[in-house]
Design a protein around this ligand. Structure first.
Ligand SMILES: [Zn+2]
Ligand SMILES: [Zn+2]
Length: 302
């Protein structure tokens, strides 16, 4: 058995023709889990063979639109793609707070479309999800399990957005931690201690500081790449994946954010702070493969 960690979207709120909104797919045997569902997640899932969109569960980190705008598309497309009444609602796991309101209401504006489609295609089952809301934890806490896969949520620091969590996925092949959006903080260290793969949101603070002051507010609640390097080195995590890249390498808006950047900018800051493990500055659909007994393996998509 293997566990694959596929970065379905490496983007952020900044539009980018090559990067979908934030999302990570973890496939461990038959268990398929999507963490956040940013814009254009559905075509990325189709690109890795999940055209029927039958995920075991979807997990939400926090209530920011860039992490959620693909979720209604995913739930509706899953229902449309199902054959007749052969439809199994997906579990959607959400920290209690505004994201629960959003998820509960997000298909309502489509109710007329849903009604007409259901009648026209003779489906008796409506669009359904199994919403699993959990109390925002104060330390890493199990929130979901399926077979031998366990998912824990831990608090992260993304104020003023509350609550915000990261997730730790424990599989027979190893442990994967997904930061969601956060500053580099002690809470992340606690969630990621001993993990095999750490997927971290990353921002180049020096580049943002070269840009216009009206954007400096984003420095309040994102992860400084220098600090990520130092924390990953201290944790000794074998494989580090950077995503939610601001600015994104080769993004044609990068000059507006201060300067054009490359993947090497990220690599240099991580290495300068002592991290010597495997490092991936991700593009969409890059992946890490875990197998019990061997080191995680990075596979790039060209
Ligand atoms: Zn975000
Ligand atoms: Zn956010």
């Amino acid at each position: 058995m293997t566990t694959e960690v596929i970065i379905t979207g490496t983007g952020s709120p900044i539009p980018d023709g090559n990067r979908a909104g934030p999302g990570v797919l973890v496939r461990s045997g038959d268990v398929t889990m999507q963490f956040d569902v940013g814009r254009a997640t559905v075509p990325r899932l189709a690109a890795v063979g999940m055209w029927n969109l039958q995920l075991t569960a979807v997990f939400v980190t926090h209530h920011h639109s860039d992490h959620l705008t693909g979720l209604a598309d995913l739930v509706l497309s899953h229902w449309v793609m199902a054959r007749g009444d052969d439809f199994t609602p997906m579990q959607v796991v959400v920290p209690k707070g505004p994201a629960v309101d959003y998820v509960s209401e997000m298909t309502n504006p489509w109710r007329h479309d849903i009604e007409v489609r259901a009648e026209h295609s003779a489906r008796s089952r409506p669009v359904e999800m199994e919403l699993i809301a959990f109390d925002p934890p104060t330390s890493p806490t199990e929130v979901w399990r399926c077979g031998d896969v366990v998912v824990s949520a831990g608090p992260v620091r993304h104020e003023p957005v509350l609550p915000a969590v990261g997730y730790r996925v424990s599989t027979p092949d190893g442990d994967v931690v997904i930061s969601g959006d956060t500053r580099v903080c002690d809470e992340m260290a606690e969630l990621a201690a001993g993990a095999d793969v750490l997927v971290y949101e990353a921002m180049l603070f020096d580049v943002i500081r070269q840009g216009p002051p009206f954007r400096y507010f984003i420095l309040d609640y994102h992860a400084d790449t220098n600090l990520i390097g130092a924390q990953a080195a201290e944790l000794g995590v074998p494989t580090l994946v950077l995503t939610h890249l601001i600015p994104a390498p080769a993004n044609n808006l990068a000059p507006a954010l201060g300067s054009a950047v490359t993947e090497q900018h990220y690599v240099d800051q991580i290495r300068a702070n002592g991290y010597t493990g495997d490092l991936l500055v991700a593009k969409d659909l890059d992946k890490v493969v875990l197998e019990a007994g061997s080191a995680p393996r990075i596979e790039r998509q060209g």
